[in-house]
Design a binder for this molecule. Structure first.
Ligand SMILES: C[S@@+](CC[C@H](N)C(=O)[O-])C[C@H]1O[C@@H](n2cnc3c(N)ncnc32)[C@H](O)[C@@H]1O
Length: 327
């Protein structure tokens, strides 16, 4: 890929070359617990180089997965965690643009093999590769993961990376991601600062814009699984009128077509029918059994609210939707 002089991606390469060699405690952070699982031991040096802002490893996404692509492998912790569930040679293909990161990931995955009897380094195929030009065939993976990388991209590059992700996923495949989002647009003097962007501090988009980009790239169903405080860009240090909260979101986007009436974005809302009949049918595929909550996407929540029925309660977003499973 051709880069112009002074491209922010040159600074991204510098920041992560350094972060590969020397752990950077202040770079990224996660409030979600690091997976501890039976028989899984994550080497200390890998934990120290955890530059994610959430988790993209969920056993329920991997139940039927044969091949997973992890974009922006860093020091390899999530690639190891994914391999824990896949346990097959080449089951995880993990890419990064940064030669130093790939080197440290190789070393630490070898170390992990010495500390985990189930793990063979051949389970993670490390490749040099760019999120903007994925080195994989169309429709060739079941799941794609990325943690705290896409927020670094400019909006055009973000869309390009999302379209590439959609391209390599099998129909119905899952894109599991974690990124910072901003409580209001990040002003240009911060968004245009390549170092802050590389440090995952100023590239974040407001959540609705971020979700709209994912939809624009062709993902028809999105589920927001978590939304947690990430950082505050304080007014004094960052030359702002008021403090700006960054949050980290975890979500899954499905490689489904976008419905004609708009995407299905689940944010943890539910509909509960309490009327006189055994059930309520909205005529659009939603059958609500009396008294039983049904998870609904935001589009359906709005449509049901608009009916103005007293026997329907529509709850607010919890931001931790994990699928519907009542009774
Ligand atoms: C914030 S770190 C996250 C690392 C890892 N996902 C984790 O959770 O620890 C971003 C990673 O993406 C890599 N990276 C940067 N630009 C990339 C690109 N265009 N394509 C693939 N990887 C990239 C960096 O070298 C770095 O390893």
């Amino acid at each position: 890929m051709i880069r112009s002089m002074g491209d922010y991606r040159d600074v991204v390469e510098e920041v992560y070359a350094e972060a590969a060699d020397v752990p950077q405690g202040a770079l990224c952070c996660t409030q979600s617990p690091v997976w501890e699982l039976p028989g899984l031991h994550v080497p200390k040096a890998m934990l120290e180089r955890n530059y994610g802002c959430g988790s993209t490893v969920h056993p329920r996404d991997l139940a039927h997965a044969e091949r997973v692509l992890y974009v922006g492998v860093g020091a390899g912790m999530e690639a190891l965690q994914l391999a824990y569930f896949l346990r097959r040679p080449g089951g995880v293909v993990a890419i990064d643009t940064n030669a130093s990161m790939l080197r440290i990931a190789r070393e630490l995955l070898d170390q992990a093999a010495a500390e985990n009897e189930w793990f063979d380094p051949a389970m993670v195929e490390l490749r040099e590769g760019d999120a903007l030009e994925l080195p994989l065939d169309d429709g060739s993976v079941d799941v794609v993961g990325q943690n705290c990388l896409f927020n670094i991209f400019t909006r055009d590059h973000l869309l390009q990376a999302l379209r590439e992700t959609r391209r390599v996923l099998k129909p119905g495949g899952r894109f599991v991601l974690s990124d910072p989002v901003a409580s209001r647009p990040v002003p240009a003097h911060l968004a245009d600062d390549p170092r802050l962007r590389a440090q995952c501090l100023s590239g974040a988009l407001p959540l609705d814009e971020y979700l709209a980009c994912i939809v624009e790239a062709g993902f028809g169903t999105l589920e927001v699984r978590a939304r947690r405080p990430y950082r505050v860009l304080d007014a004094r240090r960052y030359d702002l009128d008021a403090d700006l909260l960054l949050e980290s979101v975890e979500l899954v986007a499905y490689a489904d077509p976008v419905p004609a009436d708009g995407p299905c974005i689940f944010t943890g809302r539910a509909a509960i029918y309490v009327g006189d009949d055994d059930s309520f049918d909205d005529g659009k595929g939603h059958l609500l059994m009396r008294d039983l909550p049904m998870g609904v996407c935001d589009k359906t929540a709005e449509a049901l609210s608009a009916l103005g029925r007293e026997d329907l309660t529509i709850t607010a977003s919890t931001w931790h939707y994990a699928g519907d499973g009542c009774c």
